[in-house]
Design a protein around this ligand. Sequence first.
Ligand code: ADP
Length: 389
Amino acid sequence: MSAMTGIIETRNLSYSYGDGTLALRDVSICLEAGRKVALVGPNGAGKSTLMLMMNGILRPSSGEVLFAGQPLQYDAASLRKVRRAVGMVFQNSDDQLFAPTVYQDVAFGPTNLGYPAEKVKKYVGFALQYVGLSGYERRPPHHLSGGEKKRVAIAGILAMEPQVMILDEPTSNLDPASSEEIMEMLDELNQGGKTLIISTHDVDLAYRWADEVILMKDGDVIRRGSGPEVFMDGNLIRDARLKLPMVVDIYQELASRGIASEGKPPRNILELCDLLQPRGSVGDGSVGKIYICDADGSDEKQILAIMDKVGKGCFKGAMGTSAKLLAERCGIPLDFTYGVIDKCILKALIGKDALIMTSGGMVEHTMKRISDYGRESGAVIDAVRLQPL
Ligand code: ADP
């Protein structure tokens, strides 16, 4: 299947609950594989209902849902197959976690798929490591923090190796740091090739994170497009009982005062700063370096040696669970734990050096993001990949 194929598609999908509430009206959307999609809308817009249809938990009143081009079938065997491929993380972790231990909870999915015990063990181990909860196997899930419970729920889905992950309000009830960690984990999963679909009424989150925003109201999709495309229309957003993302709101005020030119709003603080202070006029014009260190390829001793050699005087950030855990083990104080690449670019632009610890595919992603930024903005930032010492 090519990257442009719809992995999940709905055609004229409508749904009424038993009491007659019409929750979805004739929704036709096609989601491409490998994207980060945010369903955005006020309470009652139909986001959860649409998600529950995407992996067959609810069956359409009319219309159909397709996975990888095939209409969903609702017999038990077909449903098992689609629920394995399209994993669903519920808004409230307590609705998802029920086993007495973390291990048993995460093992539930792969065990039900009929995997032999050894394979279950391997997949659970991998999933828990991915979400940063190795060592939590014997703990009872209901004693964990909100962020940890969310990680266990995600691990339970990951252990079944889904192609698509659907997360209903993944950050509701989490503190800001836990929310950022969860969203960053989702970024990492997306880098690894998974299609991600979240619902949220956090407009800042949707704007910043999603490749594609689907705006819903009263069971209808009223707009879809990139964050700037959907959130440029203040009236539409107000109509949907939402507000503008902060960066768009600031931009529109600046534009109305003639401080910023009218056009496409910036995606983030980095772009907003660039808009206000064009290239070349920042500080004395010297640009800092960004060092990138692969946490997977290094042990604690090597990391400490790197810190000793180049880390001094650098702003430091870590991206991804394994890099953050390594930084913690090494006692490295981190300046940035989310939005790390942009924050390091902002520092480089004022002549300061920065060091990013990350791992796996995120190393390449970081290098690319920095060079893309250089190409678009004209500020060439030296991204130096550090080899283990
Ligand atoms: P959202 O996730 O955007 O908040 P929902 O999909 O939960 O929206 O709800 C869409 C509509 O369906 C709302 O009018 C809501 O009241 C109704 N609804 C949701 N769940 C049920 C249910 N179990 N029974 C009856 N109506 C429901």
